[in-house]
Design a protein around this ligand. Structure first.
Ligand code: SAM
Length: 279
């Protein structure tokens, strides 16, 4: 928000809403549905710091929703000014309206409606030092959000969603990222686009597979690394297993036949980072 005009938006630029039936409220609530997110290219993020950081990082905010008196909250006031300066709408709403939008009893005091960003697979340029994660057919939004958060924590270059995957911009996935949705580049690839990307990949492509015999700590990882994870239900497909130049397993004791996808991804990422970047 640095360099923006300071102070609250001029009178009239802020819409006051107290009616639960207001059509703008209805539209924002509608973004809980995948078809509306797809049609509009928008998504919702909650939380003052998270929304402020996203705006600071250059994400396009269409609507800022806040409850309470802006004048008494300097950060909200600056955020409102930045939203207004970028052509966005600022809504001042009642607690009841905010709770209705967020579908929570104790909602955050600020909600932002942002434009989605997804990179096409063809635009990915893997560079030395990069670690990318490819997720095949991930179904659980909580897993996807947790993986994006973990990717952020290890400084991964981005996450590639391969095939038919859950929407990373769903409310549940965005909440699980804890703000990392704004920090980690996301790309989408069909199976064919993923195969083309892998064919031009210069470094290690490692797939995780329960039937693999190689230990995940025994690989000579060379960047750029492409880590390929299978879906929660079917695991890694045969096609993706062939694309991966190395298949590894995380050894397990006990009766569990597999790890949760997000947990397995975290184990892999920290091992790869330890091996290649000494993190
Ligand atoms: N029923 C699935 C199967 O047979 O593969 C289980 C999938 S598991 C819940 C989801 C993904 O996490 C797997 O496809 C694999 O990529 C990874 N994974 C889970 N546990 C693993 C382990 N011990 N070693 C390697 N990868 C693992």
């Amino acid at each position: 928000m640095s360099g923006e005009r300071r102070g609250p938006p001029p009178p009239g630029a802020v819409k006051q809403i107290t009616s639960l039936a207001n059509p703008i409220v209805k539209d924002i609530r509608g973004l809980a549905l995948a078809k509306n997110r797809k049609a509009s290219g928008l998504f919702v993020a909650e939380g003052l710091k998270l929304v402020a950081d996203a705006v600071e990082a250059g994400w396009h905010i269409r609507t800022l929703v806040h409850a309470g008196n802006v004048g008494s909250q300097p950060l909200v006031s600056r955020l409102a000014a930045a939203t207004h300066a970028r052509g966005g709408t600022v809504l001042s709403v009642s607690e009841a309206v905010l709770a209705k939008i967020s579908r929570r009893d104790n909602p955050q005091t600020v909600i932002g409606v942002f434009e989605q960003r997804l990179t096409p697979a063809a635009a990915i340029k893997p560079a030395t030092g990069d670690v990318w994660i490819a997720l095949e057919a991930v179904r659980d939004p909580g897993n996807l959000g947790t993986i994006i958060r973990t990717a952020d924590a290890v400084g991964a270059a981005g996450v590639i969603l391969v095939g038919d995957t859950v929407d990373p911009f769903s409310t549940e996935a965005v909440r699980a990222t804890m703000g990392s949705i704004f920090a980690v580049p996301l790309a989408r690839a069909s199976a064919a686009e993923f195969a083309a990307l892998a064919a031009r990949w210069g470094g290690t492509i490692v797939g995780t597979h329960l039937a693999a015999t190689a230990d995940y700590r025994a690989v000579d990882y060379r960047t750029p690394v492409l880590l390929v994870m299978g879906g929660e239900q079917a695991g890694l497909t045969d096609v993706a297993a062939k694309i991966a130049r190395t298949l590894v397993k995380i050894p397990m004791a006990g009766k569990a036949d597999s790890l949760n996808l997000a947990v397995a991804t975290a184990c892999m990422l920290f091992e790869i980072k330890r091996a290649v970047l000494k993190l």
